[in-house]
Ligand binder design. Structure first.
Ligand SMILES: [Zn+2]
Length: 68
């Protein structure tokens, strides 16, 4: 499993994720805090769905059941 690494857009130092708030099924707000004590920047990063590489098997089942 990979861990998401976040860097501060102001100073480039490592930031920590303090809160994750899903907005809907395709978008999440990630609240971040810079670990550089001289910076102290807190900010929100948006994580959004982009596109599928392979369709969901569940979606396929739903589509097939809709045909019959
Ligand atoms: Zn910073």
């Amino acid at each position: 499993m990979r861990v998401m690494k976040v860097t501060c857009p102001e100073c480039g130092e490592k930031a920590v994720i303090s809160k994750v708030t899903p907005r809907d099924r395709l978008a999440t707000d990630i609240y971040c805090a810079c670990t550089n004590v001289e910076c102290g920047h807190t900010y929100v990063v948006n994580l959004t769905f982009s596109h599928s590489l392979r369709p969901s098997q569940k979606q396929g089942e739903a589509s097939l059941s809709g045909i019959t």
